[in-house]
Design a protein around this ligand. Structure first.
Ligand code: BES
Ligand code: MN
Ligand code: ZN
Length: 498
């Protein structure tokens, strides 16, 4: 899709379709009013006759509207003006794009970006619009033998802004939105792939491809390298699988030489059967998504590289399958992590923390400004927060606040849970330094408590994306979250570096 930004009168646009909004009940938005005036009341007549109420999600496609230069005018219902917020705005853009894609025109000129939203400027509206376009048109048909024929003439979208002095910030926001959208698409593609295709080896190849495309540093550690480093906790998860584990390191050096990097760590379990502590069968297919953390840090790095952000970022992905088998770890086994701390594996299904803890220890060598790990870590997080927000826990309050704010800015939100010492005792083990589970109570917190024991040497935050990384049911598919949140965090950090 080609995008551009423009400022100008809606009735004068020579476009296949001009898109304007209508509030409920029957209230024209400002650009719609301008068209109505040029068309001598053509639109207000239609509303009066009851052809369009303005309900959210509704549309009315008009051809050859008098007094206008466009082939078509598309009216998009916005719902009640008083209730028009971020969600409604995104919904209106999605409806517009879906309809444009089904009409015959090559291009669309969208005026919805001129609608005002509380506390959201033109840059926010344009950035979000670019992302919503990608989300709306995204299809995952790589694995279908016959691709669904999408007759898609729509090739170009123009977003309009009210004033010429908004053009510059809108252009910048458009570039950011496109970069975020591309990062999200990569994340979704990797996550949606089945585990027999998206193996640890496949992820390593994709990381190498990303490195080649953007000139990044890349290093793939093999099992033997991990053995040498003493990554026994990570290896204890890989033991049951026939797929070799990989430890992926990518380096983006956009910042000053001496500026400390932000390190992003992504959980890369390409399939989580639970291991010997086997998961029940229903919905187990969704455990192909257990590498969504890995996919999201790779997608974020792509967005950062696309934008050429002046910041240093290191991405670390420990990746393996979690399988049962003759060689698999068994409940009660005790392993020594790279940090030297010993762990009693009471449940082999709490494997995410086992691969992450060695990655967190490894991250020390980068002398990070901060480390953020991203993981589909606990079912308990889905129970606590549902599918709306990501769980956030951190050993550093300013970092937590930065991430919460980035989530708000990106409209890809997170909610903080307490990482208080009171919870640490749940990890007590009679036989090792700690157990890998802390009982049913506060499962998301105790998982983070476990990780915190390996993240003492730097400011650290943990994003539990178990509820937000993918959708189940009829709409089953990866969401691309939290790429927008992480990218906004890095955008803000990069702005602070200058
Ligand atoms: N990958 C799962 C967490 C998960 C489950 C994410 C369902 C999304 C949906 C993780 O490895 C896991 O199995 N966690 C266990 C931990 C428990 C054994 C302490 C869980 O949440 O049940
Ligand atoms: Mn598990
Ligand atoms: Zn898992």
């Amino acid at each position: 899709m080609e995008f551009s930004i423009k400022s100008g009168s809606p009735e004068k646009q020579r476009s296949a379709c001009v898109v304007v909004g209508v509030f409920e009940p029957r209230k024209l938005s400002i650009p719609a009013e301008v068209i109505d005036n040029a068309a001598r009341g053509y639109l207000s007549d239609l509303l009066r006759r009851g052809d369009m109420e303005g309900k959210a999600g509704s549309t009315l496609l008009l051809h050859n509207v008098p007094g206008t230069e466009a082939d078509r005018i598309l009216l998009v219902g916005l719902g009640k003006e008083k209730e028009f917020r971020e969600k409604e705005y995104r919904g209106a853009i999605a409806t517009a794009v879906k309809t444009l894609n089904e009409t015959g025109g090559f291009d669309g000129t969208i005026y919805l970006t001129e609608l005002t939203l509380k506390k959201r400027d033109v840059a926010w509206r344009v950035r979000q619009a670019a992302i919503v376009v990608q989300e709306t048109l995204y299809r995952f048909d790589q694995m279908k033998s016959k691709k669904e024929e999408v007759r898609r003439p729509l090739r170009k979208i123009t977003f309009c802004v009210e004033r010429r002095n908004e053009l510059e910030s809108a252009e910048q926001a458009l570039a950011e939105g496109q970069a975020i959208a591309e990062g999200m698409s990569l994340t979704k593609n990797l996550a949606n792939l089945p585990s027999n295709v998206c193996t640890p080896t496949y992820l390593a190849e994709q990381a190498e491809a990303l490195a080649a495309a953007y000139g990044l540093g890349v290093e793939i550690l093999e099992r033997a390298d991990m053995e040498k480093l003493g990554m026994n906790t990570l290896l204890s998860v890989a033991k049951g699988s026939h797929q070799p584990p990989k430890f992926i390191v990518l380096k983006y050096a956009g910042g000053k030489k001496d500026s400390k990097p932000v390190v992003l760590v992504g959980k890369g379990i390409t399939f989580d059967t639970g291991g010997i502590s086997l998961k029940p069968a229903p919905e187990m297919d969704e455990m192909k998504y257990d590498m969504s953390g890995a996919a999201s840090v790779l997608g974020t790095l792509k967005a950062v590289a696309e934008m050429k952000l002046p910041i240093n970022v290191v991405v670390v992905v420990p990746t393996t399958e979690n399988m049962p088998g003759g060689g698999a770890s068994k409940p009660g086994d005790i392993v020594t992590s790279m940090s030297g701390q010993t762990i009693e594996i009471l449940n082999t299904d709490a494997e995410g923390r086992l691969i992450l803890c060695d990655a967190l220890t490894y991250a020390e060598r980068f002398e990070p400004a901060c480390v953020i790990d991203v993981a589909t870590l606990t079912g308990a997080c889905v129970i606590a927060l549902g599918h709306v927000v990501t769980g956030l826990l951190a050993n550093n309050e300013p970092l937590a606040r930065e991430l919460l704010e980035a989530g708000q800015d990106a409209y890809d939100r997170a909610w903080q849970l307490p990482l208080w010492d009171d919870y640490q005792e749940q990890l007590q083990s009679n036989f090792a330094d700690m157990a890998n589970i802390g009982g049913r109570a506060a499962g998301t917190v105790t998982a983070a408590c476990f990780l915190s024991r390996f993240a003492k040497k730097y400011p650290w935050a943990h994003l539990d994306i178990a509820g937000t990384a993918w959708k189940s049911g009829k709409e089953k598919g990866a969401t691309g979250r939290p790429v927008p949140q992480l990218t906004h965090f890095l955008l803000a950090r990069a702005a602070g570096e200058k």
